[in-house]
Design a binder for this molecule. Structure first.
Ligand SMILES: [Zn+2]
Length: 276
């Protein structure tokens, strides 16, 4: 055992390799991340020391010397990124463009509504993720409030509709199991919950020369509104509709809606003069 240990030390000395710990101790800016990124493993050796087991990696000194300029480059790039002035992210660039393009939030509304129209459709699409959907609906709620309070509402009415009953997952809605017996879970009905009644407030807005019909769940409408006509009995359609917006434009669309809402909530002097 002692001999093999000594032999090992002699071999190591001749191979000129360093362990991870030794590379870190060179104080050249090496981190475990950079070691993994740049250095090829010369060889590895399992160790077992007082119940601790693991693999010790060895790196050739020649490789360390060779990769040093690459490491320096990476460290400098990282330092430059850290020193970069804040406010140059894609979102902030877009916000700055909107501020140049539109002098008031009202001016941005025709474009904003057209974008929300497409985003609203996209939110119903099967490929839309949950997080994305929540974000779009939150923006929609904000914009509906802004449009209503900004005087763009033409009509406002309630709409009640019955959702689909919940299908029993024990029998996939069949009411009986694979062996022909009645499903115990749903007592043969195939559904585990009654269809819920969904209540919506429908807002009809006129922005520019475009009419928009937007539904909002009644519980989501937190501002006071006045119903202008009888309840609608049309059935709501949950089907997917074609989307004209390109995926790359989604981020820009959401960005503009955020800008409009933020601008409305902190009006500039011009906004206040115009609305007075
Ligand atoms: Zn069942």
């Amino acid at each position: 055992m002692a001999l093999s240990g000594m032999l090992w030390r002699i071999i190591r000395k001749n191979m000129k390799t360093l362990t991870t710990k030794e590379v870190l101790a060179r104080n050249e800016g090496w981190t475990e991340h950079f070691i993994r990124k740049f250095l090829p493993v010369h060889h590895s050796k399992r160790y077992c020391y007082r119940r601790r087991r693991g693999i010790r990696y060895h790196y050739a000194v020649a490789d360390i010397e060779r990769c040093l300029p690459l490491l320096k480059q990476d460290l400098e790039r990282k330092a430059r990124l850290a020193a970069r002035p804040k406010g140059t992210s894609a979102e902030e660039k877009r916000q700055a463009t909107f501020a140049k393009k539109f002098s008031t939030w009202r001016e941005a509304l025709p474009e904003g509504c057209a974008l929300l129209f497409d985003l609203n459709r996209y939110a119903k699409h099967h490929s839309c993720t949950r997080g994305h959907k929540d974000e779009i609906y939150a923006l929609k709620t904000d914009l509906i409030k802004l449009l209503y309070q900004g005087g763009y509402s033409v009509e406002c009415y309630l709409h009640t509709t019955k959702g689909l009953p919940r299908i029993c997952f024990g029998c996939d809605g069949l009411g009986y199991r694979y062996n022909g017996h009645e499903c115990q879970r749903c007592e043969g009905t195939g559904t585990y919950a009654e269809a819920r009644t969904l209540e919506f407030v429908v807002f009809q807005f006129l922005v520019g020369d475009q009419h928009y019909f937007w539904h909002s769940p009644r519980s989501h409408v937190t501002f006071p509104y006045r119903v202008t006509r009888e309840e609608s009995t049309n059935e709501l359609t949950a089907e997917e509709k074609p989307i004209t917006l390109k995926p790359a434009e989604f981020a820009g669309g959401k960005s503009l809606l955020r800008w409009i809402v933020a601008k409305k909530n902190s009006p500039s002097l011009l906004d206040r003069l115009l609305s007075a």
